[in-house]
Design a protein around this ligand. Structure first.
Ligand code: GUN
Length: 291
């Protein structure tokens, strides 16, 4: 079994981004500027945006975190979005999801200027993705495509099963992997909570991508020998032995899957670091488009 090293792959990508940024700085230009908008105190969201901020600074970007209380009104958040759209010193920004229930996330996403939408969640950018036009690809699917490319994983004609149909991972990934492209041309099935016979589908799959958010969901008895497994899940489970009291695991039961898979991404250190690297890649693209 080959462990897919997302941390190292992301590190290479970030080195490339860093050297491109250095070239711009040498020419006397300002650095790319990424803003993250966070509402509320969800510890997982806070950890993500802090990590995004740290990694941005490491590649030489300017990074700003706008953090608001979870009782901010939808109208006030829309005002902030409009300010970010108008601010020439901001190249790209993300609004960390999920948002509190009183805010309509779709309304917020629709308000983001598609040219600054480095998450690739705006319908304009999702539409371009569907039409196979250049755009900002959502960071997690983009990171998974990049891992497939770097590890030369065969996708053409393969049965790919994606478990999970979220806007952030499953749905965009299903489009990208079925498109006519290198790292595409797959026969894609999207499974979700209403799917019947999931185990049968898993046993037929050459590649399984889990993005459902359930710890240890996929087990060795559900997959065929030699399967490629990409785990996009991030779940917190109690771990009294750890100082912070919890640890991060994916959707895959690592121990039993690792005995059958030919390739497997670990959690942490697999898809997660790639998501951040691709967000930085999108921000660099947004910056270059605005030069
Ligand atoms: N929440 C979980 N993943 C993401 C992501 O990639 N972008 C945003 N904005 N929120 C998220």
């Amino acid at each position: 079994m080959i462990l897919i090293d997302g941390k190292q792959t992301a590190a290479h990508l970030k080195e490339k981004i860093r050297s491109e940024v250095d070239q711009f700085l040498l020419k006397g230009l300002r650095p790319p500027h990424l803003v993250a908008v966070l509402v509320g105190e969800d510890p997982a969201s806070l950890a993500y945006v802090k990590s995004k901020e740290r990694q941005s600074q490491k590649v030489g970007f300017k990074s700003t975190l706008l953090h608001y209380d979870d009782d901010i009104s939808e109208a006030d958040l829309l005002k902030i979005i409009n300010q970010l759209n108008r601010d020439d010193a901001v190249d790209g920004y993300i609004v960390q999801l999920p948002l509190p229930a009183h805010i309509d996330a779709q309304k917020i996403i629709m308000a983001v200027d598609p040219q600054k939408d480095v998450d690739g969640f705006h319908p304009m950018n999702l539409g371009k993705m569907l039409a196979n036009l250049p755009t900002f690809l959502p960071a997690t699917p983009y990171g998974i495509l990049e891992l497939i490319k770097q590890y030369n994983l065969p996708t053409e004609g393969k049965n790919v099963l994606i478990i999970g149909r979220s806007l952030i991972v499953g749905r965009p990934l299903s489009i990208l992997l079925s498109q006519k492209r290198q790292g595409g041309n797959a026969t894609v099935t999207v499974a979700h909570s209403k799917t019947r016979n999931l185990k049968d589908l898993c046993l037929q799959a050459d590649i399984i991508i889990t993005a459902l958010g359930k710890a240890n969901f996929l087990t060795g008895d559900m997959v065929k020998e030699g399967v490629i497994v990409i785990d996009a899940g991030i779940n917190e489970i109690a771990a009294p032995e750890k100082k912070r009291g919890y640890k991060l695991v994916g959707d895959v039961d690592f121990e039993s899957i690792s005995r059958k898979a030919s390739y497997l991404t670990p959690v942490p250190g697999g898809v997660g670091p790639m998501t951040i690297a691709m967000l930085l890649q999108n921000t660099l693209k947004a910056y270059k488009q605005r030069l």
